[in-house]
Design a protein around this ligand. Sequence first.
Ligand code: KPL
Length: 301
Amino acid sequence: MDVLVFGAGSLGSLVGGLLATAHDVTLVGRDPHVEAVRDDGLRISGVETLETLPAATTDGSGASADLAVVTVKAYDTATAAHTLAAGDIGVVCSLQNGMGNENVLSDHLDAPVLAGATTVGARLEKPGHVRWLGHGTVTLGPWRPADDVATVERVVEAFEAAGLDTDATADARALLWEKLVVNAGINPVTALARVENGAVAEPPLSDLAETAAVEAARIARADGVSLSAAEARAAVETVARATARNRSSMHRDVARGRRTEIGAINGYVAERASHLDRSAPVNRALTALIRGWEVGVGVGD
Ligand code: KPL
């Protein structure tokens, strides 16, 4: 299968590097990472150590591929969708944080759109070298009713062929809400307190992280997705403990002085709450704190 991985940051590079063991993969990313992959290939270390040789480019415009895996930051999804729409893509699969990405992709592309979530952990060590931090699974589901199950199965098989433990779900919205609830609890709290994920499983931060997640689960239920407060609490604690020594993506963004995905995570929860005539004060407050930091350092939108 020809696979384009649009967004070769840490997760995109790991998934793309693994897919390259079974498919023809092109990574779309930024220099100096792209240049290093072109010159010396992509090194993966950690859970497993391997060298792979995906193609790499900084310009994905006009590309054709059987499958495009989108791993850009949520605020770059519209740009990615525009670029992909100018090419010839068979299926698009989002493996991104936050909510709203699949709608943006669906608005721009006629190809089937799959929603995806993964618990695989990755960190870009240096250009050309990604660290595989922890085993995990990938779950994929159809986003639009017309995006059929056979398409999902084909992509699941393509991921499995590359050694990625992958499942299909019929309920992609529930899948994304379940991930959103975890990110809503862990990401802003670790970013604001500048701590590793494990710290939100313990006092004094566990209360705030769980309250944000429970509140997000209440909005998920108002949105028609069955997710209890107990499930939200347990999910935050389980992921925080399983990734205890990792820094969340939002913590890493803040540490590097970069824009975060707060709008697609807690910001989405707060907006969806208003839309549904509910309130989500904790998610709103966390959004304001991170946005305030973004504005202060000049990376806000
Ligand atoms: O998805 C994550 C992120 O950092 O964005 C978690 C699950 C919190 C792992 O770090």
